[in-house]
Ligand binder design. Structure first.
Ligand SMILES: NC(=O)c1ccc[n+]([C@@H]2O[C@H](COP(=O)([O-])OP(=O)(O)OC[C@H]3O[C@@H](n4cnc5c(N)ncnc54)[C@H](OP(=O)(O)O)[C@@H]3O)[C@@H](O)[C@H]2O)c1
Length: 299
């Protein structure tokens, strides 16, 4: 059933595809890979397991070799026969795109699916955010997504196949007081994805963006948000469930994927209700109690 729905979706997505013989010749003998940034843990690792059911090669990109090794071993163990490669890289660095494309060519792989998953959060009042924290968040959540997408998309269009799946957040649809830059960064990811999807409609390339609500990963602890009320009031989804729904939506050619009932309802509510009502509720949920007027960065 899923296979035939996917075939219908693929035919529709390919209605204006013009694969270039030279582009197809250039990948002869190479293996198509799903390249997952932040594939070593959380949602990225769950996505890797889910994609591994359907593809022949997965590339996990992250900054911590021990986690990459653990993730790669787990995937290889659960999905015998799949090729799993790891690339130790900070995708926020300007040279990351060149590093990935050069490395893929050396490995005789090409990027058939790009999963823009790596992301960092920042919690607390914006006035207390550090310049380094802001730079890291913008480099990882915004600049790297734009640069990698720009780098991989032309090849996909020339081949008339492949796709880009980006992980945004339900928070993309509303300003997020106490996670202001993070929410704004995810709004960028949704806007970019939907615009590109419209530009390339029918050219054979899938462009999808996922909007999960809270998911049970290390993400919240890493940004020191465990004290915020949303961690107590909102049930976090499992990464496996989010990944399963994300990959299914991607294969069916959907553009905006709400993985589960909570995000589906959340999208409806956030689109209908005015910000005058919803923003104060979000502020209450995200507040960690840190002071809005810090004493350490007054100029
Ligand atoms: N958890 C949630 O509630 C939730 C909800 C909605 C959306 N999301 C989004 O889902 C995505 C994945 O989050 P998660 O919850 O799975 O978080 P996570 O468990 O902290 O995983 C983040 C992954 O990204 C990697 N990473 C971070 N910065 C990187 C960089 N500069 N270069 C390369 N890799 C980097 C991390 O590995 P290293 O640190 O070793 O590099 C790790 O593999 C993020 O974009 C997040 O914004 C999460």
């Amino acid at each position: 059933m899923m296979e035939s729905l996917e075939n219908v979706a693929t035919r529709w997505l390919n209605r204006r595809a013009e694969p270039q013989p030279s582009a197809l010749a250039a990948i002869e003998g190479l293996t198509p890979a799903v390249v997952i940034t932040g594939g070593s843990s959380g949602i990225g690792l769950a996505l890797a397991h889910e994609f591994a059911k359907h593809v022949s090669a997965i590339v996990l990109v992250a900054r911590t070799q021990s986690r990459l090794d653990g993730a790669s071993a787990a995937i290889a163990n659960q999905h015998p026969g799949i090729r799993v490669e790891t690339l130790l890289l900070d995708i926020g660095r300007p040279e990351a795109v060149d590093a990935i494309t050069t490395w893929l060519a050396e490995q005789r792989l090409y990027c058939d699916v790009l999963v823009n998953n790596a992301g960092v959060g920042q919690s607390g009042p914006f006035s207390a955010s550090t310049p380094d924290g802001l730079d890291t968040l913008i480099a990882t959540n915004i600049a790297a997504v734009a640069r990698l997408t720009r780098a991989m998309l032309p090849g996909m269009l020339a081949r008339g196949r492949g796709g880009i799946l980006s992980i945004a957040s339900l928070g993309a649809l509303i300003p997020g007081p106490h996670q202001a830059t993070y929410y704004a960064s995810k709004a960028f990811v949704v806007s970019l994805s939907e615009a590109i999807r419209s530009e390339i409609a029918g050219r054979g390339v899938r462009v999808a963006v996922i909007l999960p609500g809270p998911v049970e990963t290390r993400f919240h602890a890493r940004m020191d948000a465990e004290g915020a009320l949303y961690r107590h009031f909102l049930k976090a989804a499992s990464p496996d469930r989010v990944a399963m729904q994300a990959v299914r939506g991607y294969r069916l050619g959907r553009g905006l994927i709400a993985p589960g009932i909570v995000p589906t309802l959340g999208i409806a509510v956030l689109r209908i209700m005015p910000h005058a009502i919803t923003v104060p509720v979000v502020r209450w949920l995200l507040d960690t109690g840190r002071p809005v007027l810090p004493t350490d960065n007054v100029r």
